[in-house]
Design a protein around this ligand. Structure first.
Ligand code: DC
Length: 209
């Protein structure tokens, strides 16, 4: 495998499938993967515990993010709230940029990877789906984990997070001019992954031998 950097940048709203697609691309091409939402979730979790968001972002160890608590709906909302703070975003930027250019290829998924973190990424995707479809997917995931909130509540959360993530001044979520928009509303996981891999291949991505 060539050790040259190759960056796959994936943005999109919550529960559109970008995490699944990012992991599948990383596995297919042999690239490293960073779920950048976990950085904001880790800061959000510390704020729920009483920390100051900017201090928490500056003190974060981005290499130690394994915590199932980071996947809860409360932490997701807290993450979306701390993500509007420019100093929080600034504190998390260098790590993400460094990761994007690591030798051997990298896949990053988030909200501002194509627009702010690494606009020169060789392959760019904006993965989206309708709010109803995304809420249903998230609802099924939460139920499987024993969280019994209603579909209407989950839809409200999804819409609140979309509004906050795309209306904020600091690095708002939006498709980058160079990004391929992939709407997964009517696609199976396999079909969405196949379309994403085809795009990365067309952009010059090569699977590890
Ligand atoms: O992708 P996620 O659901 O884990 O992200 C949680 C929150 O973090 C999301 O609502 C907005 C924020 N976020 C961000 O602002 N920029 C990123 N690159 C990734 C996530």
């Amino acid at each position: 495998m060539s050790a040259a950097p190759f960056t796959v940048a994936i943005d999109g709203p919550a529960a559109a499938g970008k995490g699944t697609i990012a992991r599948a691309i990383a596995a297919h091409f042999g690239y490293a993967h960073l779920d950048t939402g976990l950085l904001y979730r880790a800061v959000g979790a510390r704020v729920l515990d009483g920390a100051d968001p900017i201090d928490a972002a500056r003190a974060l160890d981005p290499t130690a993010l394994e915590d199932s608590r980071l996947r809860t709906a409360d932490v997701a909302q807290a993450a979306s709230e701390v993500a509007v703070i420019p100093e929080v975003r600034a504190a998390l930027l260098a790590f993400q940029r460094g990761f994007a250019r690591r030798p051997g290829g990298a896949v990053l998924d988030g909200r501002d990877i194509c627009t702010v973190i690494y606009p020169d990424a060789e392959a760019q995707l904006f993965v989206t789906a309708s709010a109803d479809v995304r809420a249903e997917r998230r609802w099924a995931e939460l139920r499987a984990k024993g969280d019994m909130r209603t579909l209407a509540e989950v839809l409200e959360d999804v819409e609140a997070r979309d509004a906050r993530d795309s209306a904020r001044d600091a690095a708002p979520m939006k498709p980058a001019p160079g990004a391929r928009v992939l709407d997964t509303s009517e696609l199976s996981i396999d079909a969405a992954v196949a379309a994403a891999i085809a795009h990365v291949t067309a952009c010059g991505g090569r699977a590890a031998p």
